[in-house]
Design a protein around this ligand. Structure first.
Ligand code: ARG
Ligand code: ZN
Ligand code: CA
Length: 239
């Protein structure tokens, strides 16, 4: 067993003066990632007893390695990776085999964030977070508490949405997350029943409000851990 895995983080900010990203946003976001991936989210007290034994401590630690800032050339970067390339006005990734690159910019189109799964093109590897959704006390209201980054880093570590992006029979390839037929939003009451089982709505890989998502499951932890194994797509992060 590998034990604690430390992921150095490079934060690349395409600055829009109307949507400032402060040092406090950056520092709180790193703290939130560490809390969420190490079972230290205070809201986890709300996990119903049905799921209490499934709450994971992934032992993945995030450290702030560098912050890059650049004036933005656009107020709507979209989801086609332009923010990741100097040639398109963005900021090039820093050594994606050894750093998690997070780009923070105005995405537009109501998109909170998006991620690249393991095993993709190195130059675009990482996650993108909308400026209003990065860190604690961000401008994004119910999405202003840093959980978009937790969710996107979950994708970066190979997790799917818990409903598998399909109906009841579509799997997320994790056995202990109950089957569901779609995303949940807001702050659902327990139980929320879909596909004849209670949804794990409080999972970071659902679409609920930031303060209403507060667990990864043990099965998700196993799926994340697998990518760090020998020959795995993120083996290079193991010290
Ligand atoms: N919609 C985005 C995605 O699928 C992120 C959703 C994050 N949800 C949240 N409550 N912050 O990757
Ligand atoms: Zn997602
Ligand atoms: Ca499942």
């Amino acid at each position: 067993y590998i034990g604690t895995i430390t992921i150095p983080v490079v934060v690349n900010i395409l600055e829009d003066p109307a949507h400032p990203v402060t040092q406090a946003h950056i520092d709180s976001q790193i703290a939130i990632l560490n809390a969420d991936f190490n079972n230290n989210n205070p809201n986890t007290d709300g996990v119903p007893s049905e799921f209490a034994d499934l709450v994971a401590d992934t032992e993945i630690t995030f450290t702030l390695a560098a912050i890059n800032r650049k004036a933005s050339i656009t107020s709507e970067w979209g989801t086609r990776d332009a923010m990741k390339l100097v040639s398109e006005g963005g900021i090039d990734a820093t050594d994606p085999t050894n750093y998690l690159n997070i780009w923070v910019c105005e995405i537009g189109g109501g998109i909170l964030g998006y991620a690249q799964f393991p095993g993709g093109t190195l130059a675009t590897d990482g996650v993108v977070i909308g400026s209003d959704y990065f860190g604690e006390n961000a401008a994004g209201g119910v999405y202003g508490h840093g959980r978009t980054t937790t969710h996107e880093v979950g994708h970066w570590l190979n997790l799917r949405h818990i409903w598998g992006d399909g109906r009841c029979r579509q799997d997320d390839f994790v056995a202990d997350t109950p089957s569901s037929d779609g995303a949940n939003y807001g702050c659902p009451s327990y139980p929320t029943v879909n596909c004849k089982s209670n949804d794990m709505t409080m999972n970071y890989m659902d679409y609920v409000d930031d303060n209403c998502m507060y667990m990864f499951s043990n099965g998700q932890n196993d799926r994340m851990r697998a990518i760090f194994a020998t020959e795995g797509p993120r083996e290079s992060f193991v010290q």
